[in-house]
Design a protein around this ligand. Sequence first.
Ligand code: TRP
Length: 465
Amino acid sequence: MSKRRVLTGIKPTGSPHLGNYVGAIKPAIAASRDANVDSYFFLADYHALISCQKPLDVQRSTLEIAATWLALGLDPERVMFYRQSDIPEIPELTWLLTCVTGKGLLNRAHAYKAAVDANAAEGVDVDAGISAGLYMYPVLMAADILMFNAHAVPVGKDQVQHIEIARDLGQRFNHIYGGDHFVLPEAQVDENTATLAGLDGRKMSKSYDNTIRLWDEPAVMRKLVMSIVTNSLLPGVPKNPDESHVFSIYQAFATPAETAAMRKAYQDGISWGDAKQALFERIDRDLAPARERYRHYMTNPNEVEALLLRGAERAREESRPFIARLRDAVGLRSLASGVARPVHGNLDSRLELSGSGTMTADLQKMSPPELKQYRDSDGQFYFKLAEKSAGVLAQSIGFANGKDAGATIARIKRGEGAIANGELVLDGAAVAYVPDMVDPADASLALDVLVRLEAEALAKKQAQA
Ligand code: TRP
């Protein structure tokens, strides 16, 4: 059995800080040592272009981030470590996915929506200052993930929607082009990893300007640690460790035994000066050996470059044949061979071919859409429009009795319903809703197919009678 694949993208913008280290880098490197996983780590430099248009900053940050991960113990022999822009198959896949992406799906992506909402609040054009790059962010990210068929993607909560979109696009591509081309990835949100407090006690984040940078000189780091906010309890007065950011940061670095000892010191009234000094020393103990390695990579960028290029070569051993298969699947094929292969795959073409006796194996594998009635635990009656690989395409409102639900289903099957604005409408009223993550165009297509298959079946029955 092949191993579980875990993939992580790191956007090279800015300099890494302690929050990145504790919340992402340290746990990811530890996880990559697990013999049961195949880890993929890459620098998402195409993504960086969306928010940074300073070439020197992009280059500098790419080096800093690569040097950081290497210095902190990422083993490029053991894991796949590469730079996104060294894999031309990724932008190629991005386009294939773009063509199966509902525009409406991207309209609903959080980052884009937030930018639109901010514009609306300011009273300017809703798309002012928003690049198509930001709009396409989720598709590029889906290509990163699907290209290497990752099972799991460790992310923060803010990225979960992106993984859902990647799943959705992978599923849609599999569905349209018939086949298990892509593994459908899952977000892996670790509830246990600490969110580190920053200097002001809020979450440590570049956007709050409250960070302690990972590779600042020890003297600078010490000064910053000394500036972390505390209450004004005097030395000798017992302090509550659970209300102290100094303590919570200490805990993120220390072993359980060290943490227990520090907890006691707080209760015994350690001074804030001593507590902060202890914190600084504990952080420095973790970082000192890595700091030397970091300096080495920063002063020998050729070494980093060579490692990344080698990583890309290894990654492309997978991405090259895979993109060839995907190109073939969508019909980007040599004209010199087998031109007469049937065009097949989507619901429309299946419909055209159904009954004509020319269905291909792929088509036979796909299942017709269904409209199924059921009773839920609330005692009400419902129905769903579903298709095997696409899943639920519309979910009905509740009906007090089964007869009403059944009559509604019958009318929809006769073609009286229509999908409009994400609703399945009958007599001008919504009787079912298209789920958020589903492209209404798919629901509409499935409804069409359902109605036409029903009509065909009816005609056949009448002919027999
Ligand atoms: N969007 C991610 C972030 O901002 C970075 C990223 C790009 C990524 N592609 C990815 C993360 C693929 C995981 C998988 O942090």
